[in-house]
Design a protein around this ligand. Structure first.
Ligand SMILES: Cc1cc2nc3c(=O)[nH]c(=O)nc-3n(C[C@H](O)[C@H](O)[C@H](O)COP(=O)(O)OP(=O)(O)OC[C@H]3O[C@@H](n4cnc5c(N)ncnc54)[C@H](O)[C@@H]3O)c2cc1C
Length: 397
């Protein structure tokens, strides 16, 4: 078994892990990033929609290499066909750019490498090194070679399965209602407005979730669906609903599928603690996905920057490992927790709404002028249209 020693070992080369590696290395830490697949970024399991704000938050210049399309906003479509148009800044964390995730993720890995992080691909972390109640690194395997990689801090950025977080003892267990199952087709021949993402909401489209159309270019789009796992016992498989949706539209019926991908997303709250002595989880592994939109790229990267910077301070001996992890817990929560909690509550309410109630909400909100669209204005409009509905949302609004 080969032995390696680093300040920080990061498991997982998605947006969260690569961003931790980038900022930890930039701030002086000796970093190793492990990715089990043969290349960072591929295969893609994503609708590829992100908000533009992510770029400033993680200091990224927009780049035609990984931006497939820029959109101006989102259309939310009710079961009855009413359309609510939202500008990009109001539309949530999946609207702004439609990216090429494979190129995007690899670009982030290249930034981490440029800052000095070491990267090992085709390398699977097989378990945690635990000594005296403390996590001291990981065991890993690359092409038949076994490794013992010691580190002051081990970072789990291993995505939805969250294997390392579980092994570390974090409470990442998910209830059925806190998981959406997704499937997506990349389709050619889609006649949609390339300036808007589209979200079709309501139980008849997607029980507990939504159908999305994210335009990548004039006639190419990611067409996908997320269905809440709670409904799967009643036979609501995402593929059945997506195929039904496609069959109902003339353009989609004729469009050709060039890629199928899918996976699960957590639509939960994050656990109360995402760190242990010598260990931190980030991104999907720490359940940081926005429960309302299912978007997790931006949250993983934003939290990843906080963690990387704190670990840089550890390497510069300004903070002990424990202090660095405390700083990370404080800072990622400051950035994300209020929105995560609010959107989790919204998801809980929307899960229970009927198609008729969804129609009423979209029509009521659609009557507000865009510049006046605030939480209070939404509540007022819904209250006027359907007082009983407004009551359901009163506490979280
Ligand atoms: C169908 C679908 C559509 C989605 N659409 C969107 C969208 O449009 N916008 C959006 O913002 N979010 C979307 N999401 C969610 C988004 O993809 C995730 O939130 C995001 O990828 C999380 O980033 P991450 O770095 O935490 O994890 P991941 O991107 O999942 O990266 C984890 C990495 O860890 C690696 N890994 C796992 N285990 C090990 C191990 N033991 N050793 C070494 N490496 C390991 C994996 O190979 C992977 O590369 C979607 C998800 C799905 C499933």
């Amino acid at each position: 078994m080969k032995r390696l020693k680093y300040d920080v070992v990061v498991v997982g080369g998605g947006p969260a892990g690569t961003t931790v590696a980038r900022y930890a290395a930039k701030n002086g830490a000796k970093v190793l990033l492990l990715e089990k697949r043969q290349e960072v970024g591929s295969p893609v399991r994503c609708g590829e929609g992100i908000s533009k704000k992510i770029l400033q938050k993680i200091e990224l210049e927009p780049d035609g290499g990984w931006i497939a399309n820029e959109v101006a906003g989102a259309k939310i479509i009710s079961p009855k066909g009413s359309v609510l148009e939202l500008s990009e800044d109001l539309a949530g964390n999946e609207t702004g750019y439609i990216i090429r995730r494979d190129i995007f993720d690899k670009h982030l890995a290249k930034l981490a490498a440029t800052e000095g992080a070491d990267i090992m691909v085709k390398t699977t972390a097989t378990g945690l090194i635990k000594e005296g109640g403390k996590i001291r690194g990981v065991f890993a395997r690359q092409l038949g070679q076994e490794y013992r990689i010691e580190a002051d801090v081990t970072v789990a950025a291993d995505g939805f399965e969250a294997r390392l977080s579980r092994e570390a003892g974090l409470k990442t267990f998910l209830k059925l209602r806190d998981v959406d199952i997704c499937i997506q087709y990349e389709m050619v021949g889609v006649k949609t407005d390339p300036l808007f993402t589209e979200f079709y909401i309501g139980q008849s489209y997607a029980p507990g979730g939504y159908v999305w159309i994210f335009p990548k270019s004039e006639n190419v789009a990611n067409v996908g669906i997320g269905v809440n796992l709670m409904f799967s016992k009643e036979g609501a498989t995402p593929k059945r609903y997506l195929d039904k949706f496609i069959a109902s539209r003339d353009d989609l019926k004729r469009a050709k599928i060039v890629e199928i991908n899918g996976g699960a997303v957590s639509v939960s709250m994050p656990p109360e603690v995402v760190t242990k002595e010598g260990f931190a989880a980030v991104g999907d592994s720490a359940r940081m996905i926005d429960a309302l939109t299912g978007g997790g790229v931006m949250n993983g990267a934003v939290a990843g920057k906080e963690l990387g910077e704190a670990l840089g301070k550890m390497a510069q001996e300004k903070l002990t490992p424990n202090e660095a992890l405390k700083e990370y817990e404080k800072n990622w929560r400051r950035r994300l927790e209020v929105t995560l909690a609010r959107n989790y509550l919204a998801k809980e309410r929307l899960l229970e709404l009927t198609d008729e109630e969804m129609n009423d909400i979209i029509e009521a909100v659609g009557s507000i002028k865009l510049e006046g669209l605030s939480t209070a204005a939404i509540l007022k409009a819904v209250k006027e249209a359907r007082p009983s509905l407004a009551e359901k949302f009163a506490d979280f609004l």
